[in-house]
Structure formats: C-alpha cells, structure tokens
Design a protein around this ligand. Sequence first.
Ligand code: SAH
Length: 464
Amino acid sequence: MDYLPLFHKLDGRPVLVVGGGDIALRKSVLLAEAGARITLVAPEIEPEVRAFVEARGGSCRVERYAADQLAGHCLVIAATDDDAVNEAVSHDAQALGLPVNVVDAPKLCTVIFPAIVDRSPLVIAISSGGDAPVLARLVRAKLESWIPATYGQLAQLAQRFRARVKTRFADLQARRIFWEEVFQGEVAEKVFSGQPQAAEQLLEAKLTSETATFRGEVYLVGAGPGDPDLLTFRALRLMQQADVVLYDRLVAPTILDMCRRDADRIYVGKRRAEHAVPQDDLNRLLVKLAQEGKRVLRLKGGDPFIFGRGGEEIEELAAEGIPFQVVPGITAASGCAAYAGIPLTHRDHAQSVRFVTGHLKDGSADLPWTDLVAPGQTLVFYMGLVGLPTICEQLIAHGKDPATPAALVQQGTTLNQRVFTGTLQDLPQLVAEHEVHAPTLVIVGEVVALREKLAWFEGAQTAV
Ligand code: SAH
C-alpha cells in the first residue's frame, strides 16, 4: 500500500490554497464541501474564484506566494500553473510538517485527493496512488451506479439511532449483528424504495422488540481451488460477515485476505500428516465457537463436500442443534481441468468422470482398480502425489494402457499453476523431474490430449 487512506476532518479548520484559477476553484469547492476555512493566495484571482471563496466564508489575498503564509494552516494545496511556485510550496510545507497537495504533481505531494463517492455521511475514497487517475475515476463510476443514492439516507438514519442502539446492545457483537440486519434487511429496503418514515418506524420497532440473545451459526464454505475470482457471491458475503474464520493450508492467502479484516483467524492445518488441529478437536471447536454466539466461517479449499470432510464437521453441529449452511465451491477437478484446457468429459473420449482419492490408507487395497480401468472415463486423483507410483502401477497391472495420456496440475487456477503432461507410465518420473509438489491433481484419460489444442491459461510460470 503506497498511501494510507485517512479521512481528514476539515470542518472550521484553516486551509491554504495557492492559485487563483480554475484548478484552485475545483479544489476550493471540495474543501468547502468539507467545511474548511479557506485562505486563497495568488497574484491574480479570477472573479468567480474570489466570489466562491468569499461566499463560503473564506478570504482571498492578492499576493505572490511566500513561505510565511503557511503558518497556522492544517493543509496546503498548490494549484498554480507555475512549476517553481508549486515546488516551493511543496518544499516549504514539508519543512513545516504540513500535509501538502500539489495538483497533478504526485511527486510533490504528501497527500493526494482520491476519487470520491459521496453518500454523506458514507464517503468512499478511491485512489490509484496518482498512477492511473482515469482508472480510479472508472471505479468510482461503477460504484456510483452500484450504490443507491439513498445510502446516505440510510446512514443518516443509523446516525440518529446510534446512541440508543449502543445503550440497548452493550455487547459489540450483538450490536454489529443488529446493524447488519438493519442495513441488509427490511429497514434498508424501505429507505431504498423511498419510504423513510416507514423505515424509521420499523427500526424503532426492531430496537424495542429485539431479544438481546443471538445464536451463533456456522458457514461451511468452499473457497474454490485458488483463483479468488472463482468464489461464489454467497461465499464472499459470508466471508465478510463472519466473526471468526477457521481455514487450512489449501485456502489461498489472497482469498483469506477477502475475509472481514477484524475477524479472528484460526489456522487448523491439514498438510498431509500435519494436523495442526486434529479433526475431532476441530469439530468440537466449531461447536464451541458457535455456542459463544459467534458467526463461524469454516473456509475450505475447493468444495467442502468433496474430499473435504465437510460432512463430518457439520454432523456434530447438527447433533448439537447449531444452525449451519453449506456453500459449494468449485472443486479442484473442475478448476484445474478448466484452467489446464482439459475437458473432463468429451463425446468421443470420456462418457464419465470419476473423482478418486489417491490417499491410500491401506497400501493399495482400498481402491476399486477393476472399475477404474474401464474404458471411456476420465480419472481424477485428489491427494495422489505420494501414492502416485502405486496408482500408476496398479492401473497398468489391471489392464490400463500405459500410454494413456495423463496430466499433473500443480496449484491449478493460481498464477503459480504448472501443468505437466505425459503418459500413465511416466507420471512418477515427471513428478521427480519437475519437483512437483502438493497441491497437485492427477488427471488420467484420453481427454488430456486435448490440452494441446485447448490450453489457454498461462499463469505466471511457463507451462509444459
Ligand atoms: N475439497 C477440495 C479437495 C481437498 S483434498 C476440493 O474440492 O478441491 C486436497 C487435494 O485437492 C490436494 O491434494 C490436491 O490433489 C487437490 N487440490 C486442491 N486444490 C488444488 C489446486 N489448486 N491445484 C491442484 N490440486 C488441488
């Protein structure tokens, strides 16, 4: 982050604007919106600039800029077309430790103006750090169209009830949930549909009737295979609402970053053989956190119901009567296949697809090898790296053609994706040659050959 967004309280505070033309006027208008007391200095001041500043209670001084004018101000804006003056203002202000903005000269600034979406008291600031102001403005345009103009009214309504809600719900958690329901429920709907009085009555009723006890709940959410764009809308919404997040190694850091910032995060492990929190303890932890009244997000890679033990985790919740919901995610097989250009089924090559665990609990005895070698199907092995030599050996021993096309997809859908293709018999060698490591998905079947024509995703690494 190159700049830290802060909101500057300017109401009634003195700001110096150096410059007397159009640009100075534009900045003065913004400053006046925030209630700043403007002093404008320039050897020539356009009449409309003077009229504006004075109408807003500011003063204009027809003088050249000099460093001694800076004293007593809390913010300085240079908006002249004279580079030397702009530089001097920047230099002098910084020497005094004053925040300074020089219009269109990011290098001379210590603070910059963001693009603004104003739904006061709700204000959104967008910045590209001065690198791509047009992009920032485009983002603003999107937000403008996405956020109803009446959001400001909703925030004003909240402002009026804030103190009472605080008294009514001393507990921060309960208060947050109350407001979330207000902002996402009927009350907001009334405001948006132009019925502010009805909204106020509803809020009043909600405040006096609501019971103060909130029950916790658990969201078992699939985070997909890695690319954050593959999250579902619901996953994202719940990620931004949960109070505590339990995640394991498969969840990409970029995805974890999208959870509510102040949510507690608990790493529950799951590297092969490294169980940071054993499954039984984890199940109990989910119950315990929910019983404390928390909204608990159990975030899992891919889909929670595919080799994710999601079922086991919620069985205990169900037994304890704790409310939960399950949000599907894109499973590794779908994600990796799509991003590797390998259709899992194909009319000519594969009429079915099988998702198989490669985690061989009992040597090799626990997989139905005879079924797996049947023609016309694609096999996808999850957790198949460690057992790969056995898997290939057994498939071949049971009659699968050693020359069957096969692929390894490591960290599929992420920028680190690596794909290696070969044949069933040389898969273990590919792993050794390229130092392939987890998480990797193994795909076996004729469809793998289609990658040659259909590969499209490059990631940041060179694919083979
Ligand atoms: N519930 C998850 C699977 C968990 S099992 C899902 O639906 O995807 C863990 C295995 O999934 C890993 O050993 C690996 O084989 C596979 N896997 C998960 N994410 C992957 C990714 N981004 N790239 C390749 N394989 C992945």
